[in-house]
Design a protein around this ligand. Structure first.
Ligand code: ATP
Ligand code: MG
Ligand code: MG
Ligand code: MG
Length: 529
């Protein structure tokens, strides 16, 4: 029997519960970083940063109602993450590949000064190979190998190498093939220039169709890792070993307490298990996060609303290395993936009190929403449709994330308002773009700014439209005009802004939503921070 996504999530959490981990709830998708910036939670470890820094222990106040006794030194959870800006920005990949989302769940287990590499690697292996039954011949691990010529910190993570080697040897596999050296960028984790840090080891799964019994087949898979990201050998799980402190003088000293921080992509894990029908079929398998029951209900609803069908096609890169959908079905499939991804990002954000708006992460949300509306045109939606998908999402994910059900009506009304506002200008903007694009070799900063200012086109949307036609956009010219406009606005002060309605926002982290500006035909949202 092929497990459902819900069962796969439960297997992960139950596994770590058996290993004496306290299961804690996901933190809010909004996160205030150490420098005070309001960003999105981009990894499971965000909420544990103060513990790693030794500023506080994991205590009862951290997870009210969860901990009855004592301080946990081990925790596990599934964390709502958004990667659409800053250090991790996966927005441009969404829809064009099948394993990067803006919103995803990161499964994680943690040791706060408790167990370290031996247990962590052992349990990773046990869960993946013995519990889920991944074929070990398809499992590859990377370990940290510093490039001393480049001045990389610390030593090679030989300890992790030895631990993995023992696992691979135990099933008759050659560790020299299955353990691959990784560089500082991928295999050494630092939160900032100073502070706790350490090597990480990442687990990848070779998805090459057909048998991979020979050493040379597997060598080929290992080589893909060395050469960087390759969709046929994907990363599923990262184990970070926090063991050093990076000092201001550039030296690295051992920490008094060592910690483990891991993150596994829940949708990727599910895609491999379900796509290969429990590892029985790597030949005809469609291994894609979108071909799982995580997305199935959303896609079914989209089909019901649009009459179009998702057929899992994937555009391939052209000669310039750009991935651009060409056939009608490719365009439809990209649209399905983007819309479903963006629906989750918007819905979970609004449920956690973050609204689409005009600046910072609120503007990121608005940009993402406008992309979804644009892709809705591919499915021939002319009227607001996005908000109609919320019921299905809330029903489907509400057991694990009850906030979706609680905030369902609010999510729908915010999305509907946003869609209506953008629908008013989108078609005219696109028509204007088409005529501009057909008569010019590239898109000027002036024109991109006009689309932004008059039609509400975020720059990334204009860039997207341009990319689809093989054109570039003068972003520097655009930014210059933006800056000038901001300057004018500063000079004019706040005097012609008028607040017409109030919407209550419950969570601690929300940007205040002050309703739509009555004076503006484009229904811009004003914000006070
Ligand atoms: P990648 O190299 O594939 O972009 P990453 O190295 O940026 O992944 P980590 O920061 O190590 O990812 O996060 C831990 C795990 O979370 C990854 O191993 C992967 O399974 C999952 N993950 C990361 N980014 C995404 C995303 N955008 N969508 C879905 N899952 C993701
Ligand atoms: Mg990444
Ligand atoms: Mg990676
Ligand atoms: Mg990684």
């Amino acid at each position: 029997k092929i497990p459902t996504a819900a069962e796969i999530r439960a297997t992960f959490l139950d596994f770590f519960k058996e290993k004496q981990h306290t299961i804690v709830p996901s933190d809010n998708v909004g996160y205030t970083s150490r420098d005070g910036a309001r960003i999105f939670t981009n990894a499971g470890m965000n909420q544990f940063v103060p513990i790693f820094l030794g500023e506080r222990q994991a205590d009862v106040d951290t997870w009210p109602g969860v901990l009855s006794k004592g301080l946990p030194t081990r925790a596990a959870d599934t964390q709502k993450c958004i990667r659409a800006g800053g250090k991790h920005n996966d927005l441009e990949d969404v829809g064009l590949d099948t394993y990067h989302h803006t919103f995803f769940e990161m499964l994680g287990n943690w040791s706060f000064g408790d167990y370290f590499k031996k247990e962590a690697i052992s349990w990773s292996w046990e869960l993946i190979v013995e519990r889920f039954k991944f074929p070990p011949s398809r499992v590859f691990a990377t370990i940290y190998q510093p490039n001393k010529e480049k001045g990389d910190p610390a030593d090679r993570d030989q300890e992790s190498w030895e631990l993995w080697a023992e696992k691979f040897r135990s099933v008759g596999l050659d560790p020299e093939i299955h353990i691959v050296n990784g560089n500082k960028k991928d295999n050494f984790w630092m939160m900032a220039d100073t502070g706790p840090c350490g090597p990480c080891t990442e687990i990848h799964i070779d998805l090459t169709p057909g048998p991979i019994n020979l050493d040379e087949d597997r060598q080929r898979a290992g080589a893909k890792l060395v050469n960087g990201s390759d969709a046929s050998c994907i990363e599923i799980w990262n184990n970070v070993f926090i063991q050093y402190n990076a000092n201001p003088d550039g030296t690295f000293t051992p920490l008094p307490a060592q910690h483990v921080d891991t993150g596994m992509g829940f949708e990727r894990l599910t895609s491999i298990i379900q796509g290969t029908k429990n590892f029985t079929d790597f030949e005809t398998a469609k291994i894609s996060n979108y071909d799982t029951d995580v997305f199935e209900p959303i896609f079914n609803e989209l089909t019901k609303l649009s009459g179009k069908h998702y057929l899992s096609t994937l555009p391939i890169a052209n000669e310039q290395g750009h991935v651009i959908p060409v056939t009608d079905q490719e365009k439809i499939d990209v649209a399905f993936r983007v819309i479903a991804d963006h629906l989750r990002t918007l819905s979970f954000s609004i449920a956690d009190g973050i609204q689409p708006g005009n600046s910072d992460r609120n503007y990121t949300l608005r940009r993402i929403l406008r992309r979804a509306v644009k892709y809705g045109r591919t499915l021939e939606f002319k009227e607001p449709f996005f908000y109609k998908l919320v019921d299905v999402l809330a029903q489907h994910m509400g057991d694990v994330f009850p906030e979706l059900r609680v905030k369902k009506d609010q999510i729908k009304s915010v999305l509907k308002l946003e869609e209506e506002a953008f629908n008013r200008t989108l078609d005219r903007g696109i028509a204007l773009f088409e005529s501009e694009a057909s008569s010019r070799p590239s898109i000027s900063g002036d024109f991109a700014f006009q689309l932004y200012d008059t039609f509400g086109f975020p720059l990334d949307l204009t860039e997207l439209l341009a990319r689809e036609r093989g054109l570039t956009v003068d972003t520097i010219g655009f930014e210059k005009l933006m800056e000038e406009q901001k300057q004018r606005a500063r000079e004019a002060g706040q005097k012609n802004k008028k607040v017409v309605s109030m919407t209550e926002i419950e969570t601690k982290d929300a940007t205040q939503f002050l309703g739509y500006d009555e004076l503006s035909t484009e229904a811009k949202v004003l914000e006070v921070v």
